[in-house]
Design a protein around this ligand. Structure first.
Ligand code: ATP
Length: 207
């Protein structure tokens, strides 16, 4: 099984990194592909340009076996639709189940994603939940797809929905950007190497 963790990573922080690492261990994955979006279609445009967001990702995952960066969305023109990314990963990994990891917040807006139902044609979706998170059990589309055990995911290439609780780290890139704009110290929320990069390039100085 191949893990996929998409995001703006503006900047990458320990919330992303810990989630990807726990996902890798819990699902026994040889790799989790971190996929930075070029032009995120569902949100404000990033504060750092794609090259800088990629360089921060590279600094953050140095020496971290199993976490790899996939630049497919940066290499593709136009909006970064996850459905296009999954379609192309499906073509290059024909016999492998794909697991798309998304956080609770992203799942809440899943139905606004471009061709969201087709995501399930190419991958399983694993929602990395916060403790005490409850999802809308009345949704027939999701209820029909929900897997109860990780082993179910290995038995098909795509199409299931699974909820996995992980360590709660209440860290967001928005909060980090706000802190930097207010000249507060974001240490211990993201790697020092990334903080140094942000300082060197004077990123996020305005809200
Ligand atoms: P922003 O605050 O700019 O919206 P973010 O911190 O939410 O950014 P994104 O790059 O938008 O980060 O998120 C990428 C993915 O990582 C999403 O699926 C999101 O749900 C997940 N994610 C972000 N922060 C956390 C966290 N602290 N714990 C678990 N998952 C997270």
């Amino acid at each position: 099984m191949i893990g996929i963790f998409g995001g703006t990573f503006d900047p990458i922080h320990y919330g992303h990194l810990r989630a990807a690492l726990e996902a890798q261990a819990l699902f026994g994955l040889t790799e989790v592909r971190l996929i930075p979006s070029a032009i995120p279609p569902h949100r404000d445009q990033p504060g750092a340009n794609p090259t800088m967001r990629l360089q921060m990702l590279e600094l953050a995952i140095q020496n971290q076996l199993g976490l790899i960066i996939d630049t497919c969305e940066l290499d593709r023109p136009g909006p970064s639709y996850m459905v296009d990314t999954l379609r192309s990963l499906r073509q290059t990994n024909k016999g492998q189940p794909l697991l798309l990891f998304i956080g609770t917040d992203a799942f809440k807006h899943l139905k606004s994603w471009h061709q969201w139902q087709q995501l399930f044609d190419y991958a399983h979706i694993v929602v990395l939940t916060r403790p005490n998170f409850t999802h809308d059990g009345n949704d027939d589309f999701f209820a029909a797809r929900q897997a109860k055990a990780i082993t179910e995911l290995a038995h098909s290439l795509a199409g299931k929905l699974y909820f996995q609780q992980i360590t709660q780290l209440d860290i967001s890139a928005t909060a980090i950007r706000d802190m930097i704009a207010k000249q507060q110290n974001p240490s211990f929320l993201l790697p020092d190497s990334v903080i140094n990069y942000i300082r060197q390039h004077k990123l996020y100085q305005r809200q």
